[in-house]
Design a protein around this ligand. Structure first.
Ligand SMILES: C[S@@+](CC[C@H](N)C(=O)[O-])C[C@H]1O[C@@H](n2cnc3c(N)ncnc32)[C@H](O)[C@@H]1O
Length: 425
């Protein structure tokens, strides 16, 4: 066996060496921080949640992805990549027919028994399970007998995570298949009525969720699941000086179930929250949350359309999380205007805090990191004919809404973009 020549000119070897270097860093990080090494089993250790670990994880993924691309070449890469929608079809089936919760977390279950509970035939269920197992999602321990792996158990254990992947596998996957068709309908204008979602379902996601309340409730759960997946809540808590606001009311505009407001209320006892949303079903999910009761007297819910004048004029902070990325520029300007008209009446002068992805400018981030943000940008295109933005675009829209708006600080970046805006009087 030849040793690895570190001075090699081979690009493949250089990339593979980078994988090795990053893997050593990752293992060292785990050791230094008292974590056991994860594996594929249901008893796998938990992953650290930190920016530092994320950077190593992203570094290893970038190097491994390049190694895979170089080793496979375009033909093999394309052959696999262009079958990914069939992977999603299999996952969609497993989610819809509840395989994840039917298989017990401990022990194993036969395809026959899973099929009986799922209410579908054994042949197709077995084929879906075999595909999933080829991705380390479930393990076939005996012919047609499965048990959970770390990946499948992650879905089974947490309802909001299941919701977060299910709404993608259902309505968003169906919409995404019509991306090009939707653009063909209006090649030079990005408007909601020609979005991929509208092309598939005839109405915008929010109208659709209002008339499909079960899916609306699942969407609200999905938002909580996504926040958990991105570790958003802890980062949101730590990236902004909430504690320094004093006794204030925060209005969570378009706050959905209020999961963020409830989380922050638990962390910062001086703050009161008003969660506003147009969808009553989403609002009704908030009080059902386990973390709601300790803060029930400080978190209230209000049905409000953010295109109408903002009724709360006694707030210290207006919070706008993952809202304007659902709207095109013209509509986003209207949302900012309705908040500006309330801000000018509040005393002392309040803050507008926009919590949304702030896209990186070209070639400033590892490509795998940017890819994730770009996926969300195209998701916004498909769902809402909307977009994610770079900081300059936010600044431009705010000025269009009201000349007095000024971005005073960017508290977080990337997924956790946190833009502090003031309205100069
Ligand atoms: C992507 S979700 C974000 C929810 C929440 N801010 C969060 O971060 O989890 C956008 C929210 O805006 C709400 N929404 C959409 N149109 C609205 C409108 N015109 N007025 C008020 N809320 C609206 C939706 O019902 C949904 O809950």
């Amino acid at each position: 066996m030849h040793g690895i020549d570190k001075s090699t000119d081979s690009l493949i070897l250089k990339k593979a060496q980078e994988v090795l270097v990053q893997a050593e860093m990752l293992v060292k990080y785990l050791e230094d921080h008292g974590f056991s090494e994860p594996d594929f089993t249901i008893h796998s250790a938990a992953y650290p949640v930190s920016r530092e670990f994320d950077d190593i994880r992203i570094g290893i993924t970038e190097a491994a992805r390049d190694t895979i691309l170089l080793a496979n070449g375009p033909m093999n890469w394309l052959r696999t990549f262009f079958c990914h929608h069939h992977d999603l079809g299999a996952w969609q089936t497993a989610l819809r027919f509840k395989y994840f919760t039917i298989v017990p977390l401990e022990g194993s279950m036969s395809v026959k028994a899973i099929a009986e509970k799922a209410g579908m035939d054994e042949d197709r269920l077995g084929r879906v399970m075999k595909l999933l197992a080829s991705q380390q999602c479930f393990q076939e321990v005996d012919e047609n007998v499965y048990r959970h792996t770390a990946l499948s158990a992650f879905v089974a254990r947490e309802e909001t995570i299941e919701a977060a992947i299910s709404f993608q596998a259902d309505e968003m996957f169906e919409a995404a298949s019509l991306t090009a068709t939707s653009i063909q309908q209006a090649p030079y204008e990005s408007t909601q009525s020609y979005s991929a979602f509208n092309t598939r379902f005839g109405v915008s996601p929010y109208q659709w969720y209002t008339t499909n309340p079960d899916r609306g409730a699942r969407f609200a759960a999905a938002m909580a699941g996504l926040a958990k997946m991105n570790n958003d809540t802890a980062e949101l808590r730590d990236s902004f000086p909430w504690g320094g606001l004093g006794k204030q009311t925060v209005v969570d505009v378009g706050g959905g179930s209020g999961h963020i407001a409830i989380f922050l209320a638990n962390e910062f006892p001086d703050l009161d929250f008003i969660v506003q949303d147009i969808n009553p079903r989403m609002l009704s999910e908030g009080p059902k949350r386990l973390d709601y009761s300790p803060v029930a007297d400080r978190v209230s819910f209000m049905c409000h359309d953010f295109f109408q004048p903002q009724p709360v004029v006694t707030a210290g902070l207006f919070f706008l999380r993952q809202v304007v990325h659902n709207y095109n520029d013209e509509m986003s300007v209207k949302i900012f205007q309705s908040i500006a008209s309330a801000m000018e009446k509040c005393s002392p002068a309040p803050i507008l805090l926009i919590n949304d992805i702030v896209l990186p400018v070209a070639n400033t981030q590892p490509k795998v990191k940017e890819h994730h943000l770009r996926q969300i940008d195209i998701a916004m295109l498909n769902g809402y004919a909307a977009k994610q933005r770079i900081l300059k675009e936010f600044a431009h829209l705010l000025k269009q809404a009201d000349e007095r708006f000024e971005i005073v600080k960017l508290h977080g970046n990337g997924v956790m973009g946190l833009i502090e805006v003031r309205l100069h009087q």
